[in-house]
Design a protein around this ligand. Structure first.
Ligand SMILES: *Cc1c(COP(=O)(O)O)cnc(C)c1O
Length: 225
Protein backbone atom coordinates (compact mmCIF):
# COMPACT_ATOMS: atom_id res chain seq x y z
CA UNK A 1 0.00 0.00 0.00
CA UNK A 2 1.26 3.49 -0.80
CA UNK A 3 0.88 6.54 1.40
CA UNK A 4 -1.33 8.07 -1.25
CA UNK A 5 -3.77 5.17 -1.33
CA UNK A 6 -3.84 5.00 2.47
CA UNK A 7 -4.70 8.70 2.56
CA UNK A 8 -7.49 8.19 0.05
CA UNK A 9 -8.89 5.26 2.01
CA UNK A 10 -8.91 7.24 5.27
CA UNK A 11 -10.41 10.30 3.60
CA UNK A 12 -13.21 8.15 2.22
CA UNK A 13 -13.93 6.80 5.70
CA UNK A 14 -13.87 10.33 7.11
CA UNK A 15 -16.35 11.45 4.47
CA UNK A 16 -18.62 8.50 5.16
CA UNK A 17 -18.55 9.08 8.92
CA UNK A 18 -19.31 12.78 8.44
CA UNK A 19 -22.22 12.05 6.12
CA UNK A 20 -23.59 9.47 8.55
CA UNK A 21 -23.46 12.09 11.28
CA UNK A 22 -25.38 14.52 9.07
CA UNK A 23 -22.32 16.70 8.51
CA UNK A 24 -20.39 17.75 5.43
CA UNK A 25 -17.19 15.81 4.68
CA UNK A 26 -15.30 19.07 4.15
CA UNK A 27 -16.12 20.13 7.71
CA UNK A 28 -13.69 17.49 9.01
CA UNK A 29 -9.97 18.16 8.55
CA UNK A 30 -7.39 15.43 8.76
CA UNK A 31 -4.05 16.18 10.39
CA UNK A 32 -1.51 13.63 9.15
CA UNK A 33 0.61 12.62 12.12
CA UNK A 34 4.11 12.15 10.74
CA UNK A 35 5.83 11.41 14.06
CA UNK A 36 6.91 7.90 13.05
CA UNK A 37 8.16 8.73 9.56
CA UNK A 38 10.90 10.85 8.00
CA UNK A 39 10.73 14.07 5.98
CA UNK A 40 10.61 12.17 2.69
CA UNK A 41 7.44 10.38 3.76
CA UNK A 42 6.01 13.65 5.07
CA UNK A 43 6.68 15.15 1.65
CA UNK A 44 4.74 12.29 0.07
CA UNK A 45 1.81 13.19 2.29
CA UNK A 46 2.01 16.77 1.04
CA UNK A 47 2.21 15.62 -2.55
CA UNK A 48 -1.01 13.70 -1.98
CA UNK A 49 -2.64 17.02 -1.10
CA UNK A 50 -2.57 16.93 2.71
CA UNK A 51 -0.87 20.03 4.09
CA UNK A 52 -1.80 19.65 7.76
CA UNK A 53 1.06 17.78 9.47
CA UNK A 54 1.16 16.83 13.14
CA UNK A 55 4.15 16.08 15.36
CA UNK A 56 4.13 15.07 19.00
CA UNK A 57 7.76 15.84 19.81
CA UNK A 58 9.58 19.13 19.34
CA UNK A 59 12.78 17.56 18.02
CA UNK A 60 10.93 15.54 15.43
CA UNK A 61 9.06 18.71 14.40
CA UNK A 62 12.29 20.73 14.10
CA UNK A 63 14.00 18.04 12.04
CA UNK A 64 11.17 18.16 9.51
CA UNK A 65 10.78 21.93 9.71
CA UNK A 66 14.44 22.21 8.63
CA UNK A 67 13.60 20.29 5.46
CA UNK A 68 9.99 21.24 4.71
CA UNK A 69 9.80 24.72 6.21
CA UNK A 70 6.52 26.63 6.20
CA UNK A 71 4.90 24.88 3.29
CA UNK A 72 2.87 22.50 5.45
CA UNK A 73 0.72 23.77 8.31
CA UNK A 74 2.34 22.33 11.43
CA UNK A 75 0.39 21.02 14.40
CA UNK A 76 1.97 20.17 17.75
CA UNK A 77 -0.15 17.42 19.26
CA UNK A 78 1.97 15.98 22.09
CA UNK A 79 2.76 17.20 25.58
CA UNK A 80 4.91 20.33 25.30
CA UNK A 81 7.49 21.19 27.96
CA UNK A 82 7.64 24.86 28.85
CA UNK A 83 11.37 25.01 28.04
CA UNK A 84 10.60 23.90 24.47
CA UNK A 85 7.94 26.54 23.83
CA UNK A 86 10.46 28.88 22.23
CA UNK A 87 11.16 26.39 19.43
CA UNK A 88 7.58 26.12 18.23
CA UNK A 89 5.73 29.39 18.80
CA UNK A 90 5.37 31.29 15.57
CA UNK A 91 6.35 28.27 13.48
CA UNK A 92 3.27 26.17 14.02
CA UNK A 93 -0.32 26.81 13.03
CA UNK A 94 -1.90 25.16 16.04
CA UNK A 95 -0.72 23.71 19.35
CA UNK A 96 -3.35 21.09 20.28
CA UNK A 97 -1.83 19.98 23.53
CA UNK A 98 -1.91 22.95 25.90
CA UNK A 99 -2.57 21.07 29.10
CA UNK A 100 -2.01 23.67 31.81
CA UNK A 101 -2.46 27.39 32.42
CA UNK A 102 1.26 27.61 33.11
CA UNK A 103 2.09 26.28 29.65
CA UNK A 104 -0.43 28.68 28.10
CA UNK A 105 1.28 31.57 29.92
CA UNK A 106 4.68 30.58 28.55
CA UNK A 107 3.29 30.32 25.01
CA UNK A 108 1.60 33.69 25.38
CA UNK A 109 4.80 35.31 26.64
CA UNK A 110 6.85 33.99 23.74
CA UNK A 111 4.19 34.96 21.19
CA UNK A 112 3.98 38.48 22.57
CA UNK A 113 7.76 38.78 22.37
CA UNK A 114 7.46 37.88 18.69
CA UNK A 115 4.54 40.26 18.22
CA UNK A 116 2.15 37.49 17.20
CA UNK A 117 -0.83 35.63 18.58
CA UNK A 118 -0.47 31.84 18.71
CA UNK A 119 -3.52 29.67 18.03
CA UNK A 120 -3.89 26.83 20.53
CA UNK A 121 -6.34 24.21 21.73
CA UNK A 122 -6.74 23.31 25.37
CA UNK A 123 -6.42 19.62 26.21
CA UNK A 124 -8.78 18.00 28.66
CA UNK A 125 -8.49 14.57 30.19
CA UNK A 126 -12.11 13.50 29.89
CA UNK A 127 -11.47 9.80 30.49
CA UNK A 128 -9.74 10.48 33.80
CA UNK A 129 -6.93 8.02 33.02
CA UNK A 130 -3.80 8.83 35.00
CA UNK A 131 -1.61 8.21 31.93
CA UNK A 132 -3.24 11.01 29.92
CA UNK A 133 -2.30 14.68 29.92
CA UNK A 134 -4.89 17.38 30.22
CA UNK A 135 -6.97 19.04 32.89
CA UNK A 136 -10.19 17.74 34.39
CA UNK A 137 -13.39 19.07 32.85
CA UNK A 138 -14.49 20.34 36.28
CA UNK A 139 -11.65 22.88 36.22
CA UNK A 140 -12.64 24.33 32.85
CA UNK A 141 -14.19 27.57 34.04
CA UNK A 142 -11.34 28.47 36.36
CA UNK A 143 -8.89 27.66 33.56
CA UNK A 144 -10.65 29.74 30.93
CA UNK A 145 -10.85 32.71 33.29
CA UNK A 146 -7.06 32.56 33.52
CA UNK A 147 -6.58 31.99 29.79
CA UNK A 148 -8.75 35.04 29.10
CA UNK A 149 -6.00 37.23 30.58
CA UNK A 150 -3.40 36.09 28.07
CA UNK A 151 -2.85 38.36 25.09
CA UNK A 152 -0.48 36.14 23.12
CA UNK A 153 -2.78 33.19 22.57
CA UNK A 154 -6.10 32.59 20.94
CA UNK A 155 -7.88 29.42 22.10
CA UNK A 156 -9.52 27.91 19.07
CA UNK A 157 -11.06 24.84 20.67
CA UNK A 158 -10.45 21.70 22.68
CA UNK A 159 -8.53 18.46 22.34
CA UNK A 160 -8.75 15.10 24.03
CA UNK A 161 -7.62 11.50 23.68
CA UNK A 162 -9.87 8.51 24.25
CA UNK A 163 -8.69 5.39 26.07
CA UNK A 164 -6.89 3.04 23.65
CA UNK A 165 -8.51 -0.16 24.82
CA UNK A 166 -12.13 0.47 25.62
CA UNK A 167 -15.62 -0.36 24.48
CA UNK A 168 -17.06 1.78 21.74
CA UNK A 169 -19.63 3.34 24.08
CA UNK A 170 -16.92 4.37 26.54
CA UNK A 171 -14.89 5.95 23.77
CA UNK A 172 -17.94 7.82 22.51
CA UNK A 173 -18.69 9.02 26.02
CA UNK A 174 -15.24 10.66 26.16
CA UNK A 175 -15.77 12.36 22.80
CA UNK A 176 -19.29 13.56 23.60
CA UNK A 177 -17.95 14.79 26.94
CA UNK A 178 -15.48 17.05 25.16
CA UNK A 179 -18.19 18.31 22.81
CA UNK A 180 -20.47 19.17 25.72
CA UNK A 181 -17.61 20.93 27.47
CA UNK A 182 -16.92 23.04 24.39
CA UNK A 183 -20.61 23.98 24.16
CA UNK A 184 -20.55 25.05 27.78
CA UNK A 185 -17.39 27.13 27.35
CA UNK A 186 -18.85 28.66 24.22
CA UNK A 187 -21.83 30.08 26.12
CA UNK A 188 -19.45 31.92 28.48
CA UNK A 189 -17.98 34.01 25.63
CA UNK A 190 -14.49 34.31 27.00
CA UNK A 191 -12.67 37.08 25.10
CA UNK A 192 -9.87 35.03 23.54
CA UNK A 193 -11.62 31.69 23.26
CA UNK A 194 -13.53 30.60 20.22
CA UNK A 195 -14.79 27.02 20.27
CA UNK A 196 -14.11 26.36 16.61
CA UNK A 197 -12.26 23.05 16.75
CA UNK A 198 -12.76 19.73 18.45
CA UNK A 199 -9.52 17.80 17.95
CA UNK A 200 -10.37 14.21 18.73
CA UNK A 201 -10.00 10.86 17.02
CA UNK A 202 -6.94 8.91 15.88
CA UNK A 203 -6.49 5.93 13.52
CA UNK A 204 -8.45 3.57 15.73
CA UNK A 205 -11.34 5.79 16.72
CA UNK A 206 -11.76 8.68 14.27
CA UNK A 207 -15.13 7.47 13.04
CA UNK A 208 -16.51 7.42 16.58
CA UNK A 209 -15.00 10.88 17.13
CA UNK A 210 -16.63 12.27 13.99
CA UNK A 211 -19.98 10.86 15.03
CA UNK A 212 -19.58 12.89 18.26
CA UNK A 213 -18.60 16.12 16.55
CA UNK A 214 -14.84 16.02 15.84
CA UNK A 215 -13.73 18.40 13.10
CA UNK A 216 -9.98 17.82 13.45
CA UNK A 217 -8.83 14.21 13.45
CA UNK A 218 -5.20 13.24 14.04
CA UNK A 219 -4.27 10.24 11.91
CA UNK A 220 -0.89 8.52 11.99
CA UNK A 221 -0.58 4.75 11.72
CA UNK A 222 -3.43 4.29 9.23
CA UNK A 223 -1.46 6.35 6.71
CA UNK A 224 1.90 4.65 7.11
CA UNK A 225 1.17 0.94 7.22
C1 LIG B 1 0.44 9.51 17.62
C2 LIG B 1 -0.70 10.38 17.95
C3 LIG B 1 -1.85 10.39 17.14
C4 LIG B 1 -2.01 9.45 15.95
O1 LIG B 1 -2.22 8.16 16.41
P1 LIG B 1 -2.45 6.94 15.39
O2 LIG B 1 -3.11 5.91 16.23
O3 LIG B 1 -1.11 6.54 14.90
O4 LIG B 1 -3.34 7.44 14.32
C5 LIG B 1 -2.87 11.26 17.46
N1 LIG B 1 -2.77 12.10 18.52
C6 LIG B 1 -1.70 12.12 19.31
C7 LIG B 1 -1.66 13.06 20.47
C8 LIG B 1 -0.61 11.27 19.07
O5 LIG B 1 0.46 11.30 19.86
Amino acid sequence: MSIRSNIEAVQEKIARAATLAGRKPEDVTMVAVTKTVDSAAAREVMQAGVLELGENRVQSFLDKYDVLGDEPNWHIIGHLQTNKVKYVVGKVKLIHSVDSVHLAEEISKKAQALGICQDVLFQFNISGEASKSGEAAESAEAIFEELAKLRGISVQGLMTMAPLMAEEYEIKKVFSGLRELSEKISTRQYPNAEMKYLSMGMSGDFEAAISEGANLVRIGSALFK
